[in-house]
Design a protein around this ligand. Structure first.
Ligand SMILES: Cc1ncc(COP(=O)(O)O)c(C=O)c1O
Length: 477
């Protein structure tokens, strides 16, 4: 006898219910994928029309749209709108030191916003988070760098340091000391003073009208520094500014004695020494501040990025007790320098929590240990691939140079590093390149990086090097 089911029976059978659920799930997934594509297309069009991106190829943005639209961050990982997950091998812009998605920061920020998000710090108004953070930073910075001026980022910090140095000499009765000396391959930001101090020519070529009184010395030449000071006239030089390790210029780690020599020369000629710790500050190099590797105390130290791990915009300049004392004695009337957001209560409270996390989780020590392990990993890759030139790390700041010939240092005609980082991105690792006079891949992962995560980074690097070897290097392209 033929068995005829009623519709009710068919839909009530367990197998059928599972099948229908599956069909719904697939349809739903397809609908979500379709909606995501639609959303992505919409955002891409709006991005191209309305968003002028910082430090971006406009041509590339207009032809291809955003390289990724991120929607979430968690630990060392970022997720884009299509659901792709990436290791943030650069801590985004060398800044998300404590990693993404920290709920503790969110809680502190929520609390501070509902209590007091902002109040003025002009005309000696103050707030507790700014006072506490200035005090905390003073306790961390080396030597007598014990007084802090707050800004919203690195460029403002360097402009502030430059202006404070010049102002200092005005107060000291040496108004001719206005010149600022910086190093080739340095990067100090894009405000007018910071751009002018930047040694990477391409940033200065962005406009053809430059601030006066900026001079550059060959990157690591102490002799050139002395000669330049002599040629300019020591009595006309206000300050020398340098990153402890140049970041955007290629993660260039100076010789052990370089800054000792610099300090000596600055002291000899009475020139102020400004350390730009915007990248190197707050644990990046395996010490709280980069200058600690060199046993040197600068007269001013500019910072940003890692002070808040990018959760809010924050930066500042720590000045020595000597400078502060002179300012206290000689300054009459108003200090005519200040940003609306100098001493921003919310930003400072987040900064405090960020530093607490760095300390409680021993992230500075972790950066030192993982940095050593990262160097070992780089060296293993160097043994395997002949087109890897020099490799280096200081804490979790690292670089791998790509060369056609290790012996001569000759570079490939077309830089390999931009192709390399596109390929690592396809494999889930975001990195960055430096191609001014070099072909370098740079690294700056979050300081929370674990051994397992580092191994995953190294695995992706190995796979990508293998791909580049087969598809480009061996084909002599
Ligand atoms: C060493 C250094 N100084 C200053 C800056 C400028 O900081 P910001 O972009 O926050 O203005 C940067 C930014 O990358 C930097 O690396």
């Amino acid at each position: 006898m033929c068995n005829v089911f009623s519709l009710k029976e068919i839909f009530s059978s367990v197998g059928m219910r599972i099948a229908i659920k599956k069909v719904y799930e697939i349809l739903n997934e397809k609908r979500l994928v379709f909606m995501t594509i639609q959303l992505k297309e919409e955002l891409k069009t709006l991005d191209q029309k309305h968003f002028l991106h910082p430090t971006t190829s406009i041509e590339q943005q207009q032809t291809q749209g955003p390289a990724a639209i991120f929607i979430e961050g968690n630990g060392i990982y970022l997720k884009d709108i299509e659901g792709n997950i990436y290791i943030d091998g650069m801590s985004s812009l060398w800044n998300v030191n404590i990693g993404h998605g920290r709920k503790e920061i969110a809680e502190v920020a929520k609390e501070q916003i509902s209590t007091l998000a902002f109040s003025s710090c002009f005309a000696s108004f103050s707030n507790e988070p700014a006072i506490r953070l200035a005090t905390k930073i003073a306790s961390l910075t080396p030597g007598d760098l014990n007084t802090v001026f707050f800004t919203s980022g690195g460029s403002e910090s360097n402009d502030t340091a430059i202006k404070l140095a010049r102002h200092y000499w005005l107060l000291k009765g040496q108004p001719e000391r206005q010149k600022i000396i910086s190093r080739t391959h340095s990067y100090h930001g894009v405000a007018m003073g910071a751009t002018s101090a930047t040694g990477l020519q391409a940033f200065r070529d962005f406009t053809n009208s430059h601030a006066p009184d900026f001079h550059y010395v060959y990157s690591e030449s102490v002799r050139n520094l002395r000669e330049t000071i002599e040629a300019l006239g020591p009595e006309t030089v206000a300050a020398f500014i340098s990153e402890p390790v140049q970041g955007a210029g290629g993660v260039n780690i100076p010789q052990k004695d370089y800054f000792k020599e610099v300090r000596k020369i600055c002291d000899e000629y009475g020139i102020l020494f400004i350390a730009d710790e915007v990248i190197t500050g707050f644990g990046r190099t395996g010490k709280f501040f980069g200058m600690e590797h060199y046993g040197v105390v600068p007269d001013m130290m500019s910072f940003a990025k890692g002070v808040s791990s990018g959760y809010v915009q924050l930066g500042g300049v720590a000045i020595s007790e000597t400078i502060h004392q002179d300012l206290c004695e000689l300054s009459k009337g108003t200090l005519m320098h200040g940003y609306t957001y100098s001493g921003h209560a919310l930003a400072c409270q987040v900064g405090l929590k960020n530093i607490e996390i760095l300390e409680q989780e021993n992230l500075v020590e972790n950066a030192a240990n993982m940095g050593d392990a990262m160097l070992e990993g780089f060296r293993a890759l160097q043994e395997k691939y002949s087109f890897i030139g020099r490799v280096r790390t200081l804490g979790l700041l690292g670089a791998i140079e790509l060369v056609k010939s290790r012996e001569t240092g000759e570079l490939f005609e077309t830089a390999l590093s931009p192709i390399f980082v596109q390929e690592t991105m396809k494999r889930g690792l975001i990195l960055r390149t430096v191609t001014y006079d070099q072909d370098t891949v740079v690294f700056s992962p979050p300081l929370i990086l674990s051994r397992v995560e580092l191994d995953e980074m190294l695995r992706i690097l190995d796979e990508t090097f293998e791909h580049i070897r087969k598809t480009i290097v061996e084909k002599n392209i």
